[in-house]
Design a protein around this ligand. Structure first.
Ligand SMILES: Cc1cc2nc3c(=O)[nH]c(=O)nc-3n(C[C@H](O)[C@H](O)[C@H](O)COP(=O)(O)OP(=O)(O)OC[C@H]3O[C@@H](n4cnc5c(N)ncnc54)[C@H](O)[C@@H]3O)c2cc1C
Length: 613
């Protein structure tokens, strides 16, 4: 955050505790005199006082620069008159400022004075800038817009703690939500009328990942993107074990859900691969927790949907990184053969096995070249369109990889892959193979993202539905949904892959079906207004509802992954037996219901939020 191009103006006539405001290029930053709580007299400019103590701190040095710029302006303000351009600028700035303050007062209502927030003491990071507020009000789902009052870009856990503590202790209360990379679908990281804590992005170099080669872990800032975690660990030849398909997600964001991909059958979800976290609780306390230290909080935040604390640091388990990947896809027309093979592959443990097992459903062959499947190139041995699905028009694609090291013998890799493929019952001749660097494989979805962006197809509404389906009912789900409700239009990939429940820690906050094996079914839709009725947001959202209704009607006990509900009863049903524990943890770690209100699980205990609920 640079202040070099800062234009600053004194604004008279503001009632204490503020004597002056500086308008910086990215928003309004307060440079304040603090009123003595007893006498009401204005004291020394707090920013200046504090910054004198902080010579070597880059973040505080920024405020030092801002403060000296302020003094400079103070001097200038005594040498009136300004020239007319400056006067105009001052007037314009005053108007801007007034309108911002008015907007804040309207937003917050009479319950909390907006300027109270500026007492928190993180003024360099707190922004009321329109475009920052706008950007924090949106997410990947593009279906909800809820504006916060302010955006915090913390430089440390301490900054997060100050804001949460303020919210917790203030008479009126205030919502505070961490925002990882804003890749939620239904406004989960929004904070109506509150503060959004933008966790991702640079911390001014203060929070670079720290790798322990000896103990095989990396310590990262909670807002670090997984792509950056990967880049930093690869320098040591190491990499995390469990992934998501897409790496432009934040560590805190995926740990608040679970974090799954084709490695989960073997290593468990990402939350099973974390040694320790620092968490700012809903009371503003910074707590280090692990399996054996403050374990209740540790388990609560893993998959905790941001309800119990904001993860500011995570210690992630590493393994020696493979260098290359043999990436294979095979096709099925018979669903039972497909799931039988998937389940067989994830049952292999202490024996040769694939490193990644996923799959997807092809209900619309026209989509075969969509963002996940550019893989099927014309040079491959058979044409998808020539395959006639036995049970209707639906095909299933098993996707597997074998990782290997630079020094591995390519022939032995071939043999291992061959031996594993021999045990499978896919359509003969439908093997598609490619070989690529490990990093390119892990970062595969980003390439697709760039393509979609170039066509204007990324920033569109995403009515996604992610479900965990018990293994015993996956055939019924196939009949009713893939071969039924979906018809032959889907508007996006449909992932399907099984996982082993014993790789999930039942103490965490995540809920999964009550069977040893369950499937992820992810309907990753993009709504398009291109004239095709089947692809409209309304149509796709209705379809999601029909799928959920179908599961209820047929007693298929699915659990939503990345869940979205709007009533307390629905959340209680979602958590089932775990609800009392979830509730107790909430009362203990966020008793005022300040955190992650965008999840709509607990109604905030304060009035300024009511309109956004
Ligand atoms: C293109 C794409 C691909 C995806 N692929 C996968 C996948 O393969 N596997 C998978 O598991 N998921 C996947 N996801 C879903 C992803 O895990 C969620 O969107 C998740 O919320 C992470 O996104 P985020 O980091 O942007 O977090 P946000 O959406 O910003 O936040 C999600 C929730 O977590 C809370 N939160 C964020 N940061 C923190 C923190 N530091 N501490 C505490 N709470 C926090 C927020 O308040 C919010 O409630 C994908 C999403 C997209 C858009």
């Amino acid at each position: 955050m640079g202040f070099s191009s800062t234009a600053m103006v004194f604004v008279d006539g503001f009632s204490p505790p503020f004597s002056c405001l500086s308008i910086v290029n990215r928003g309004y930053t307060l440079v304040r005199r603090v009123a003595d709580p007893l006498t009401g007299k204005l004291g020394e400019n707090e920013g200046i006082t504090r910054n004198k103590e902080a010579n070597n701190n880059p973040v505080q040095n920024e405020s030092l620069r801002s403060s000296s710029a302020n003094r400079h302006l103070h001097r200038r303000s005594k040498r009136f008159p300004y020239n007319s351009t400056t006067v105009n600028q001052i007037m314009a700035a005053k108007l801007l400022l007034l309108s911002a303050i008015c907007r804040l007062i309207v937003t917050v209502g009479s319950t909390l004075h907006p300027t109270d927030l500026l007492l928190v003491g993180t003024e360099n990071q707190l922004s009321f800038n329109r475009s920052e507020i706008r950007s924090a009000s949106l997410d990947f789902g593009k279906m909800n817009t809820v504006e916060p009052m302010a955006v915090l870009r913390p430089a440390s856990a301490d900054d997060v703690s100050k804001v949460v503590k303020f919210a917790y202790e203030s008479a009126h209360g205030l919502a505070v939500s961490a925002r990882g990379h804003g890749h939620s679908i239904n406004g989960q990281s929004q904070a109506g009328n509150g503060v959004v804590v933008e966790m991702s992005g640079s911390r001014g170099g203060r929070w670079r990942p720290v790798v322990s080669e000896k103990l095989m872990y990396v310590d990262v800032w909670g807002g670090e993107l997984w792509i950056d975690v990967l880049k930093s660990t690869l320098k040591y030849g190491l990499a995390p074990k469990s992934w998501t398909d897409y790496l432009y997600l934040s560590v805190g964001g995926t740990l608040s859900n679970a974090g799954i991909s084709g490695q989960a059958f073997n290593h468990g979800p990402q939350i099973s691969n974390v040694y320790e976290v620092d968490v700012v609780t809903g009371k503003g306390e910074v707590v280090t927790c692990a399996e054996d230290k403050n374990s209740e909080l540790f388990h609560a935040v893993m998959g905790g949907l941001g309800q119990f604390g904001i993860i500011t640091r995570a210690r992630i388990a590493l393994e020696h990184s493979p260098q290359r990947v043999r990436w294979i896809r095979v096709l099925y027309s018979n669903f039972s053969a497909f799931t039988h093979d998937q389940e067989y592959l994830i049952s292999l443990h202490d024996q040769p096995k694939f490193d990644y097992v996923e799959g997807f459903v092809i209900v619309d062959k026209g989509l075969i070249n969509n963002w996940r499947s550019s893989f099927f190139s014309p040079s491959n041995p058979i044409k998808i369109s020539s395959i006639n699905a036995a049970g209707g028009n639906v095909l299933y694609c098993l996707e597997i990889t074998k990782n290997y090291y630079q020094h591995s013998d390519p022939e032995s890799i071939d043999q291992e892959v061959e031996a594993l493929l021999k045990k499978l019952n896919y359509i003969p001749g439908s093997v598609f193979t490619t070989d690529l660097p490990y990093v390119d494989f892990l970062d595969r979805v980003h390439k697709a993202e760039l393509k979609l962006r170039s066509k204007g197809l990324w920033d569109v509404p995403h009515p996604w539905l992610n479900l965990f389906v018990p293994k015993s009912r996956i055939v019924d789900f196939d009949q009713g949904v893939f071969k039924g409700i979906l018809g032959n239009k889907t508007s996006g990939p449909i992932l399907i892959y099984p996982m082993n429940k014993n790789k999930w820690d039942d103490e965490t906050s995540v809920v999964t079906p009550n069977e040893d094996v369950f499937y992820l079914v992810a309907l990753l839709r993009s709504a398009l207004e291109n004239g095709e009725e089947a692809l409209t947001l309304e149509r796709l959202s209705n379809e999601n509802r029909r799928i959920l209704d179908f599961c209820v009607e047929h007693n298929i006990e699915v659990k939503q992954y990345l869940p979205h509900y709007t009533t307390r009863q629905e959340w209680m049903d979602h958590y089932g037996e775990k609800w009392p524990q979830f509730y107790k943890r909430k009362m203990e770690f966020d008793p005022r219901h300040i955190l992650a209100t965008g999840q709509r699980i607990f109604e905030p205990s304060f009035t300024s939020m009511t309109r956004s609920w």
